[in-house]
Design a protein around this ligand. Structure first.
Ligand SMILES: C[S@@+](CC[C@H](N)C(=O)[O-])C[C@H]1O[C@@H](n2cnc3c(N)ncnc32)[C@H](O)[C@@H]1O
Length: 238
């Protein structure tokens, strides 16, 4: 539910529904399978295109870190777009990594050998490299109990000046709006996926909340802005 309150000048201000956290890991087999089989072509191509746009057709010849890689569709797209890069694709869910492995095996050996799947929980588990040349993450932030898990991991692992790009959902103002977004974009998807999408919208952060997180973590060179009716983009160089 959302509320209108009037401030002392009589102007209305929207109070968003409170965030409803969801479990961090997508670790049931059924949940991971529904996610892996869903069609995320539109947001995932948007993700790659925004990366190219934000970082001016950058060429990456070393290692990209993808946090919360899920079924690895985005790592595959990056491996195709940047033929000289390697990607460390990290997820805490073995079920998700099972589907990521199947996804990668469909690619030519040249792509397969450049994507390394890593079973690790952020921010506690350590990652193979000391520093990475770019950090990306799609739809992880809203899963985290503590958003600082993401900001601390980025500060720990991105080299100075590295491009950082995170896309996530924006929490709608009301549960009704969340339900409408689910119907608009996932009408024909299985129930389990629609349920997860609804829960994710309710667990997502607002742009103002993310601005505060960035300030508190002294990530002054990173900005946040909306990029679709349901997505926001957090990007900049560390
Ligand atoms: C909604 S999925 C997004 C997957 C992928 N990035 C994509 O865009 O298709 C979020 C993923 O983050 C993983 N995850 C959540 N919390 C995590 C944590 N603390 N450490 C590592 N992975 C995590 C989940 O298991 C899940 O696979």
């Amino acid at each position: 539910m959302f509320l209108w309150i009037l401030d002392r000048y009589g102007y209305g201000k929207i109070i968003y529904m409170e965030r409803i956290p969801e479990p961090e890991l997508m670790d049931t087999f059924e949940q991971a399978r529904a996610y892996a089989e869903a069609d995320f072509d539109e947001p995932n191509s948007l993700f790659v295109n925004l990366f190219l746009e934000k970082f001016n057709d950058i060429t990456i010849t070393s290692t990209i870190l993808d946090l919360g890689c899920g079924p690895a569709d985005i790592p595959v797209r990056f491996a195709r777009r940047f033929p000289e890069c390697e990607i460390h694709a990290v997820d805490g869910s073995e079920a998700m990594l099972f589907f990521a492995k199947i996804r990668i095996q469909k690619e030519p050996p040249e792509i397969q050998k450049r994507i390394k799947l890593i079973h690790a929980l952020i921010p506690t588990d350590s990652l193979p490299l000391n520093k990475y040349d770019a950090v990306i993450s799609n739809s992880l932030l809203h899963h985290l109990k503590e958003p600082d898990s993401l900001w601390k991991t980025i500060k720990r692992y991105a080299r100075k000046g590295a491009p950082v790009m995170i896309m996530d959902l924006i929490r709608p103002e009301t549960r009704q709006q969340a339900a409408m977004i689910v119907e608009r974009y996932s009408k024909d998807e299985p129930e389990i996926l629609k349920r997860d999408f609804f829960n994710s919208l309710c667990a997502a952060y607002t742009i103002d909340e993310i601005k505060e997180q960035l300030q508190e973590n002294q990530l002054y060179s990173i900005d946040v802005s909306p990029v679709s009716d349901r997505h926001l983009l957090i990007s900049g160089r560390l």
